[in-house]
Design a protein around this ligand. Structure first.
Ligand code: ADP
Ligand code: ADP
Ligand code: MG
Length: 459
């Protein structure tokens, strides 16, 4: 077992990993940027090393500094969290070469799922359906037009290296396709340093349903059920739940089918450690593979609540070479998560950094809060605006939802704006209460409230 782990991340996920390490009796090393010196993860870890200035490319993304920090503190392993270097094959490779265990899939498994184009190829090989689209990257306008003609509009132009809901454009005809093709390429280059794009069929009003998987070094792979993440704004998840209401209410057999498909993909990639296989599902119950997130997922706690499995501890144990020996995973009850961001939902979700005044976190039975904030903490302007995740667990969906509404109403975070009031509106919406929603829920919600979201910019 590892004696000491360095956490190459910040915010709530760094705190989450440190907590798991403490319970496993593993020492921890935090790393931080100058802007994060007052961060909770720095105070919670046994040791802390400053990496450099605030922008991520001068600190959290500096591979050589992270490796030096790991060498100086003599750690056995690095946990990358999510975002930053968590899905970097290069970083995983260097860790391996330096004899530091990268807590994630093997570099080879990561390579076979490195971007959305190779992942589609792998899914094809595994016999799992993918949205109709181009074979690999699309290099020029003519090819883009030819593919779109073949699959039919609307289509989606997607960045091969895309992530975090960015780098996508819908096109409804030849004109918007040509325009979108060039803007998507230049946006992809700017955001991901890779201008590669491909085209797939735009599935209208789909449901986003993903499966949590775990794999050990012996080739054993299991799934731990699904998460429905269809409540999204601009392709970014804001509320997630498990089990999926669509599967529970409409397509009961999908859990088995999609779970099998997720495992087939993981087997094809010789996947190890924790991962998430993402799909979209249309109204008829057809499902299509999207991508594999080769890391711990933001919304992992809801799976933990209904399965009783600590996924971060599992990541650590599996990376240390332990075999998967979970008894048959049972799904019990229902869990919902709200991602709370420091943003003003009534001013186009403008980021709202600043110092937190009054802080009153909710509690009570069935309520879990994963967060790094406290009264007097200053939310820096440089990073993702996630300030915490509130998770409600109940014996069924109705109970989980009642608890979530109760807890969100108790939650006080003053002096900065948060998404809490907006999420409360969604939680109280009758369609949400019925579990009848797809990824277009938030747009429809804005429309019916007479609030203007810039629809054409949403992709
Ligand atoms: P999840 O599927 O866990 O919800 P997200 O797609 O929301 O994951 O991403 C989780 C975090 O990682 C977010 O902070 C997001 O900004 C960041 N992220 C994900 N992919 C990328 C990427 N390719 N480039 C930069 N940041 C990313
Ligand atoms: P990212 O790497 O940004 O997470 P994904 O491919 O996982 O990109 O897609 C993110 C979201 O974008 C999905 O959950 C879904 O809402 C939307 N989306 C992606 N592909 C399609 C598609 N072919 N048709 C309709 N919506 C899509
Ligand atoms: Mg995704």
């Amino acid at each position: 077992m590892f004696e000491k782990i360095l956490i190459a991340n910040r915010g709530e996920i760094a705190v989450r990993v440190i907590r798991a390490c403490k319970e496993l009796n593993i020492k921890t090393v935090a790393v931080y940027s100058e802007a994060d010196s007052n961060s909770m993860h720095v105070q919670m870890a046994d040791e802390a090393i400053c990496l450099g200035k605030a922008p991520a490319n001068e600190s959290y993304l500096k591979v050589e500094r992270l490796i030096s920090a790991a060498e100086i503190t003599d750690v056995d392993a690095i946990h990358p969290g999510y975002g930053f270097l968590s899905e970097s094959v290069h970083f995983a490779d260097i860790c391996e070469k330096c004899n530091i265990k990268f807590i994630g899939p093997s570099p080879n498994a990561m390579k076979s799922l490195e971007n959305k184009a190779v992942s589609r190829d792998l899914a094809k090989k595994a016999g799992v359906p993918i949205p109709p689209g181009s074979d690999g990257p699309v290099e020029n306008e003519q090819d883009a037009l030819a593919v779109s003609k073949k699959i039919g509009y609307p289509v989606l132009i997607k960045a091969i290296a895309g992530g975090g809901g960015r780098g996508m454009r819908v096109a409804h005809n030849d004109i918007s396709l040509v325009r979108g093709f060039h803007t998507a390429k230049s946006e992809a280059e700017k955001a991901f340093g890779d201008a590669g794009v491909y085209i797939e069929k735009f599935i209208e009003n789909p449901h986003h349903i993903e499966f949590q998987i775990l794999g050990d070094n012996k080739g054993n792979i299991i799934h731990l059920g699904e998460r429905d993440c269809s409540i999204q704004r601009r392709n970014q998840k804001i509320i997630e739940e498990t089990p999926s209401p669509l599967i529970e209410n409409k397509f009961k057999d999908l859990r088995k089918k999609m779970g099998k498909a997720a495992i087939r993909i993981a087997q094809e990639a010789k996947y190890t450690n924790a991962g998430t296989v993402e799909f979209i599902v249309d109204d008829k119950g057809n499902f299509y593979f999207l991508e594999v997130n080769k890391r711990i997922q933001v919304e992992h706690p809801i799976t933990e609540e209904v399965t009783g499995v600590d996924l971060v501890k599992m990541q650590i144990l599996l990376a240390a070479g332990e075999p998967l020996k979970l008894p048959d995973v049972q799904i019990r009850g229902h869990a919902i998560e709200c991602r709370i961001n420091a943003e003003d939902p009534y001013d186009d979700f403008k980021p709202s950094p600043g110092t937190i005044g009054i802080y009153y976190p909710p509690g009570g039975k069935g309520i879990r809060l994963d967060s790094h904030i406290y009264s007097g903490y200053s939310v820096p302007p440089y990073y993702d605006s996630l300030i915490g995740k509130l998770i409600a667990y109940g014996k069924d969906r109705r109970e989980a939802l009642t608890k979530m509404i109760r807890a969100m109403s108790e939650f006080v975070v003053s002096d900065i704006k948060t998404t809490i009031p907006f999420q409360l509106e969604i939680l109280k919406d009758p369609n949400f209460a019925r579990g009848s929603y797809s990824t277009n829920f938030v747009d429809k919600f804005f429309e019916s409230a007479g609030r203007k979201e810039v629809i054409e910019e949403k992709m």
